[in-house]
Design a binder for this molecule. Sequence first.
Ligand code: FE2
Length: 362
Amino acid sequence: MKKALFLVLAFALLVLSACGNDTTTNKTTSNKESKETKETTETNESKEVNLYTARHYDVDDELYAKFEEETGIKVNVIKGEADELLERIKREGDATEADLFLTADAGRLYRAKDDGLLQAVSSDKLDEQVPANFQDKDQMWYGLTKRARVIIYNKETVKPEELSTYEALTEDQWKGRVLIRGSENVYNQSLLASFIEINGEDKAKEWAAGLVSNFARDPEGGDRDQAKAIAAGVGDVAIMNTYYFGQMLNSEDPEEVKVAEGLGIFFPNQDTTGTHVNVSGAGVVKTSKNKDNAIKLLEFLSAPEAQGTFAEANYEYPVNESVEATELLKSWGEFKEQDISLSVLGDNNAKSILIFNEVGWK
Ligand code: FE2
């Protein structure tokens, strides 16, 4: 059913883009006429921006409505899974309507960049609102919300004093007790990519191999499933993203709330290299026909007003340092972050995947 709907949408878009091409071809009657048509088109186009987003929150739509109200620029939102959207932009090629691509994880944003789908944009406002380490080094994407990849533990079987670092989870006392999702997932690839950057390839590989030998089971499911597996007694500690913990605590499903309430949250590596953080973020599509509007939307979403709301929708931390985190997130305490630029997560992504294969992390 979902697939059928997707096909209908894809077809509709194909028709639309085909129409767009025809119009463009017809415009080239004479140079002068062509220029005039182009100017008119640009004026018309300056009133909208097409956002391809992998986020699915109602509050995001409220923000886009607010942006439209403030600027008169209409945000056309196309939602989908990140990889589907990326494939779609690729498939549509130059004819794509996409102006801005928004997704989770610097590793995935890197994929969009590496596939040549994004373009560099510069803006003083963006530089002011998004810290340099949360931007792509070539200015092809900008972080908009922040999350930490932390240790979640069973409050009944683990004392927080027993926890310290990601590395310590490879010690014997954790044999058969560690839960984490599969290595095909970009969050884990980025986590390992950060270790490659900070500790070097050998140490990163040692960690991955050590963790595999302490697994409670072969990796399965997503982050939330690791928390549920703790509740089910499969293991005692799990590595997961902070917002999943926030989502579970605030879930409409009483079972999820019950699971989360039995768990503690621990920010590892506070006395050493810091906890791994990542972002969801967005980049302007290379062929964007509404580049200025796309930049304006990026500036809007990283501005203090939108930041709180945008992050709150998914229990994330704002990237804009002038904005405070929500009460729930503040209750987890302040923490030291890894001191790296998230650009390196993409640079080291291929090495991560190789290491995961070598150590047999499924
Ligand atoms: Fe996620």
